[in-house]
Design a protein around this ligand. Structure first.
Ligand code: ZN
Length: 412
């Protein structure tokens, strides 16, 4: 436990400097002593903790110990058992006290005169706090969120080896690569992003008390992939291309993010183990053992099993037309009959069965026939109606103007 002086209290949710209004009309009558006390007060009373004037309290700071309950922590500060029960009751619908996590910071505000705890403040994350208020008669529990400023930012880059590196090179956090891959997951197979591919993106950054606390929420982006341009515009919570066609489609392009295709769909492939021509009716994605394998579309698990050739594998039925299968898993993650959502993890990359190294052999059926999924023109999500489409184009033009303020591959 660390005792924190009011003046040093910078970690808590400081929301601003309380303006101290001095009555200047009386200045002439004041003695030098009273002036000094006003000056001290002005320096001391600078901080607010979750909108509470911290200068009125003695503030202690701590972290939630392992395997501890709110009740034990509060009782450790001398809070009466009855009050604790009351707080737990009042917290219902506001915050689940069972979800208090160890290592999270908390602040205790004690009444300077009687040393009683008036507030217990639990920090959920950078911006969110839960305030257990015991100051007034009848306790209350409420949440407090630090004010966050959202700035629109633009960035661009050229892929040299990977999207990750290009994004970091452009001064953005690597999470932007995951976000961009998510936006274009239905259009671009990120296992096939090539050197020279370019992107520009309009996104938001969240600032709290002058510090960057997060980036993301892509507003629009243009990405070139092998000379082809792909557009994304955020509208009504979804992404659309320049014509207002939803980017979201029934199928994702790949069952593994950030892997590489090690063997294509090929009806005349020489088998690497059997050493003879055996059609390869799937696409192999090489990735490290343990990499999550995701369902390319919503569906039902029809097989979750093992054979000598397939190793551990999972088969999904997506509709009366489409089925997919994922082979050579190190571990299966779903059982027959389970419903899975697009993007849900169904197993992990391995090399069980006939495999020379860790990869997932991805197989795709259309009307019972195995086909190359990369050659299919797959169904899209619901299109926008005409009225909404014209609203979309207004929004898109505006986003495009903002996006175009950034240029591809800025000169360094
Ligand atoms: Zn294969």
């Amino acid at each position: 436990m660390k005792k924190v002086q009011i003046l040093a209290l910078v970690a808590a949710c400081i929301v601003g400097i309380a303006a101290l209004v001095l009555n200047t009309s009386k200045t002439g009558e004041e003695t030098s002593v009273s002036k000094e006390s006003v000056a001290i007060q002005a320096v001391t009373c600078q901080h607010m903790v979750c909108n509470i004037e911290a200068c009125d309290y003695e503030v202690e700071e701590g972290v939630i110990p392992n395997n501890s309950f709110l009740s034990t922590i509060l009782q450790g500060y001398g809070v009466a058992y009855k009050t604790v029960i009351n707080l737990v009751e009042k917290s219902k619908g506001v915050f689940d006290v069972k979800k208090i996590r160890s290592k999270q910071p908390y602040y205790v505000l004690k009444n300077k005169e009687n040393q009683e705890v008036d507030y217990f403040i639990y920090k959920q994350n950078t911006t969110d706090f839960v305030v257990f208020d015991m100051a007034k008669k009848g306790t209350t529990v409420y949440t407090y969120e630090k004010p966050v400023v959202i700035n629109e930012k633009a960035g661009s880059g050229v892929i040299v080896s990977s999207l990750y590196e290009a994004v970091e090179e452009a001064g953005m956090t690597s999470s932007m690569a995951i976000e961009l891959a998510g936006v274009f997951a239905w259009q671009i197979d990120f296992t096939r992003v090539q050197p020279g591919d370019e992107f520009k993106v309009l996104y938001e950054e969240r600032i709290c008390e002058g510090e960057l606390i997060g980036t993301g929420n892509v507003q629009s982006a243009i990405l070139t992939n092998s000379g082809k341009e792909f557009h994304a515009y955020l509208f009504n919570g979804g992404y659309y291309d320049e014509n207002g066609k939803p980017l979201e489609s029934m199928f994702l392009k790949s069952p593994v993010e950030f892997s590489r295709i090690s063997s294509k769909f090929n009806k005349r492939r020489r088998h690497p183990i059997k050493k003879r021509i055996i059609p390869h009716l799937g696409t192999d994605y090489a990735a490290p053992k343990g990499t999550p394998i995701i369902a390319v579309a919503d569906g039902v698990v029809t097989k979750s099993s093992y054979t000598g050739g397939n190793g551990k594998y999972v088969k999904l039925k997506h509709s009366s037309i489409y089925e997919t299968q994922y082979l050579h898993m190190s571990k299966r993650g779903v059982k027959v009959g389970e419903h899975v959502k697009q993007g849900e993890v169904i197993g992990y990359v391995g090399s069980t069965g006939l495999a020379t190294g860790p990869h997932v052999c991805f197989r795709f059926w259309k009307n019972g026939v195995q086909v190359n999924h990369l050659r299919q023109d797959l169904p899209a999500a619901d299109p926008l109606d005409e009225a909404t489409l014209s609203l979309f184009h207004v929004e898109r033009k505006d986003l495009r103007i903002r996006l175009d303020k950034t240029i591809f591959s800025p000169e360094l």
